[in-house]
Write a protein that binds this ligand. Structure first.
Ligand SMILES: [Mg+2]
Length: 143
């Protein structure tokens, strides 16, 4: 059975966004990822950082105890599965500070699940609540 693959962003996700510097660690997320890795998940660092800035980010992650199975690259088993190294990094979970998974997909059951999850998250995150407010204003303008 294939392991769950988690792709995680760096700036604003694993750490506070202080790009090009490195902000305070997101300890809760780092613990989540370590626990997932202990349960068999594979981790990919999925970031726009490159060259020296990427090297510093990877070194910082190692200091936090995060060892990645890939850095901005697909895992070998995924390359084999697809028959090529796709440009999109394949994962089962994507964790990114830019994510805001609230699309009107035709798959209602998935959407309903997302809505339920979203409402749970909103109740527990003032940051998400602010984003919802902005998003709702945009949605109202397009009607
Ligand atoms: Mg980010």
């Amino acid at each position: 059975m294939q392991s769950k693959i988690i792709a995680v962003d760096f700036d604003g996700t694993l750490c506070e966004n202080k790009w090009p510097d490195i902000g305070e660690p997101n300890t809760e997320l780092i613990i989540y990822l370590k626990n997932q890795q202990n349960l068999g998940a594979k981790l990919i660092l999925w970031t726009c950082r490159a060259e020296d800035r990427l090297e510093r980010a990877v070194a910082w992650c190692i200091e936090q105890g995060l060892i990645f199975d890939g850095v901005n690259e697909n895992l070998p088993e995924i390359i084999e599965l697809f028959g090529s190294d796709t440009r999109k990094i394949y994962a089962d979970e994507y964790i990114d500070d830019k994510m805001f998974g609230f699309f009107d997909l035709p798959y209602k059951s998935s959407t309903n699940f997302l809505r339920k999850q979203f409402h749970f998250d909103v109740e527990h995150s003032p940051g998400i609540m602010r984003r919802l407010s902005r998003s709702q204003k945009l949605e109202d303008k397009t009607k």
